[in-house]
Design a protein around this ligand. Sequence first.
Ligand code: GDP
Length: 528
Amino acid sequence: MKKHNQNEIERRRTFGIISHPDAGKTTLTEKLLLFGGAIQMAGAIKARKASRHATSDWMAVEQERGISVTSSVMKFNYRDFEINLLDTPGHQDFSEDTYRVLTAVDSAVMVIDSAKGVETQTRKLMEVCRMRNTPIITFINKLDREGREPLDLLADIEETLQIECAPLSWPIGMGKRFKGTYNLYKKELNLFTPGEERLGRGVVTIHDLNDPRLDELLGDQADELRADIELLEGAANPFELEEYLKGNQTPVFFGSAVNNFGVREMLNAFVEIAPAPGPRATETREVSPYEDQFSGFVFKIQANMDPAHRDRIAFLRVCSGKFTRGMKVRHHRIGKDVNLSNATIFMAQDRANVEEAYPGDIIGIHNHGTIKVGDTFSDKEPLKFTGIPSFAPEHFRRVRLKNPLKAKQLQKGLLQLSEEGAVQVFRSLFGSDFILGAVGVLQFDVTMARLKDEYGVDAVYEGVDYATARWVACEDRKKLEEFEKRNQTNLAWDSEENLTYLASSEWRLNYVAEQWPGVEFLKTREHA
Ligand code: GDP
């Protein structure tokens, strides 16, 4: 028997791209959108990137908010699949949102610059993928330039990210000698012609590597390829779908995004092997996407497009059932039914009149600050999805109020901004200072500007000697009290009254953790 909404669910792929700035995420995104026929959107993504490079202040980010709502979810069709690509902001706008978006995807594509290997932001984002064992496909980019040896890159990924690599394609030379890739899976040769944006041309099927056509096409590089493949057969892991789906193994492709080379090859594998929307955990039970009851959670809030209206859009991922415009749903945290007539349903270019959304899809709910990150909406059953946490901040600042009479507004503003997930707010156990914590430093400027615009609060921030934070938990009450007493100067409450340890360095944190066995130091915390 067919499951509820089976066809719609099984053809959906919801994913994000993880990479370090400049590895080629924007370029790859643009090519993917072009394959999906989303030509206008591809243009907008490119333009957005260009303007971002021209300015470095947060104003540019503010001004881009109009674009960034549409590009937060890029929906396109490819073959029979309906693909949702969720934006993972990566340059100045790298923030906690970047991490949290990854809680709403079913899989990820990792882009690596072949000259650089694994870089810091990729490492951090990979850690987030690990939390849910998100399956990852790797695209090693910029093969048209001199880079590191392919085997060396695989070793780097395996060692730095602790994930097994299974190459599905193999590069033939690089830089000036880059001739293309050999698809190990389909046994096809993909020939590269520099400067030519290709759409499936240049593919030669060669099942037997001893085929003399290989020598005709590749010259002396044919033997190099043969030697490489022989070496690989002994050294590399064979691809195993199950291991990929469990997040233990990453299939690897090589290519050049800017030349649109290797992109279709990867996209074809992606739609075939990447998982469709799966079940999701809640506090009470697991929710299957095939249930007919509607449910979803909010993973991101985008603030006021128009400051005068204080409008916000909450991005909700549909987890089960079907969403239709105007549907009445229950907002569980506040215990209210709301009518979602004014929701934005993100849709693919060629399906302009869609009025419904299925598991894996994202809808935008307009609100005036009533929705928090982590909120669950459903038909009736009280559910609370888990796994949409706050992430320990990596940068800290102290807030200084210019006008002390505005203390109340400051508090209110900071609380709301923290509920939106824009910034985290801590209060030391003694003293009344607010400490801000963020994953990207731009958030501090955005916070100050928004405090002024939306709450009429004139504040500035100053440096503070913290470098890392952990939420503290301990089963043993006595021990926790003792810990609190001894570490007062480093302890703070977050906006939901959770005890947090702020450390001046990673080293210091590890030291304290060693001194206090039985006390847990947590990198994430679920929302109340
Ligand atoms: P992002 O910061 O990860 O979004 O990276 P972009 O897509 O903006 O790419 C960063 C730079 O690398 C840009 O100048 C691109 O034109 C360039 N780039 C992207 N893909 C390739 C490629 O395959 N080969 C070469 N040589 N450059 C590339």
